[in-house]
Design a binder for this molecule. Sequence first.
Ligand code: ADP
Length: 458
Amino acid sequence: LKAILLSPDLNVVASAEVKFDSDLPEFRTTGGASAGPNKFEFFVQPVMWVKAMDIVLDRLVMQEADLSTVAAISGSAQQHGSLYWSKHGISALHSLDPDKFLHAQIDDSAFVVNRTPIWMDASTHKQCFEMETAIGGQTEMVQMTGSKCYARFTGPQIRKIYQQRTHAYEDAQRISLVSSFLASLFLGDVAAIDYADGSGMNLLDIRNKTWSKACLNACAPDLDERLGAPVDGFAVLGNVCDYFVQRFCFPPTCKVVACTGDNPSALAGMLVANNWLSVSLGTSDTLMMSLEEPPKLEEGHVLCHPTETHKYMGLLCFRNGSLVREAINKLEANGSWETFNELLDSTPRGNFGNMALHFREMEIIPKAKGTLRWNKEMQPSSPDAAKGVLKFSSPQIEIRALIEGQMLHHRAIAEDMGFHFGSETKILATGGASVNQSILQIIADVFNAPVYKQVTKL
Ligand code: ADP
C-alpha cells in the first residue's frame, strides 16, 4: 500500500509505503496474497489492508507531510477483489473513534467473509458458465459488460460466495470492491463503486452505466441493494470523516473522490489525450486506449473510461511479450540485450519480407499457439503459408522478424478493437522493455507514430 502526497502541479511532496509480506508478517502473505485451500483460490484477510492504512498514514506523517493542507484524496486499488460488510462493520465505520487504531475498530467482525477473494482468484469457472448461460451466452455478456465472463471478475466471485456460503451472503449488508473499500475508510461510510472499476465485475451495463438486471439476476439475489448505485470515477463522495481529521489533521473540508481500479488508474495517470496508445512492455505486452464506442470484439476488455464521461477504455493483454523476447535473445544473442540490439539494428525495416509470429504460450487474441515464419516468396493463400518456413538464415533476420511480427500483431488487434491510427497518433511506452531503444524504434516504424517514454517525477 502506497500513499503519495501531491502538490497542485503534481510533484510528489511525500510518499510512504507498507509492504504486506514484511511489514505485516502476521498475515503470512506472499506478494500480498495467500493461496486458498482449493486450486486457483487466492484471498486476503481484509484487516490486513486496514492495518496497512493505519501504518501508511503514520509513515506519511513521520515524513513530516502536512496533511492539514490536503484538498482531496482518492485511490487506486487492484481490480476485481470484493469485500462483504457485516451490519456491525458498517456501524463501526460510521462511528470511528480517533483514539483507537482503525484495525481495532474495523476488525474481522466488520466482514462476513474473512478470506476475501482477490484478483488472482480464478476458481469460478463454473459460475462464469452459469452466468453466461443465464443471460443468453458469451456474446451477450461481452455486449452488456465489455468482457466475457472471467473467473477473476467480481460477479462470478460473488456468485460463488452466494452458492457456497449462503448465510454469509445473506448477512452481507453491502459489498465493496477493493477501491470502493478504500474510499469507504476515508469517508466513514460505504462508498459507491465507480463505473470504470465496476466494469471489471461482469455486472455493469457499460453503455447505460447501471447494473444490468439480467447479470445481477444471473449472479445472486438482492444484489443491487448490496452494491449501491455506481458513480463516475471523478465523483466527489463527500468530506473525509472525523476520524482522519482528529487523528491525522486532515482538514474537515478535505474531499473524498471515488477510488478506482489499477488499470483505469494507469490510463488516468498517464494524463494523455485520446490519440495516445499506451504500450506496456512488461512480462506480458498490454495496450490501453480510449475508445469512442465499445467495439464488437469478444476478447479483450472494455471498461467505462475513468475520466471521460462518454468514452470507453480498451485493454488488450498479450501473453507472448517479454518472455518470448527473452527466449529468442537467449537463443540468438546469448542473452545479451546489447548483442540483441546490434543484430536488430543491422537489418532494415521490413526485414527483406521476412516475418514471424511466436506464440510460445497460448496467445489470448487470437487463441493460437505455435511459431510461424514467412518469407517474401510465401503467398498468403498458398497451403505452404500455413506451414511457413522452418528457420531464417541469420540471427539478424530472426530477431527483426520477431519484434516486427509482435508489433504488427499488436497493431492489428488494436485496430480491430477500434483504435484509429493516423497522423495524430502518439505512443506511450512503459514497462521493463521500454528501456530498449531499438525495440522502441520498431514500434515507431510499425505504428507509424512517435514513441514517448513515461517519466516519473519523484
Ligand atoms: P512486470 O511489471 O510485468 O513484471 P516489467 O515491466 O518489470 O514486468 O518488465 C520486465 C521485463 O522487461 C522482463 O521480462 C525483461 O525481459 C524485460 N526487459 C528488461 N530490460 C530489457 C531490455 N533492455 N530490452 C528488452 N527487454 C528488457
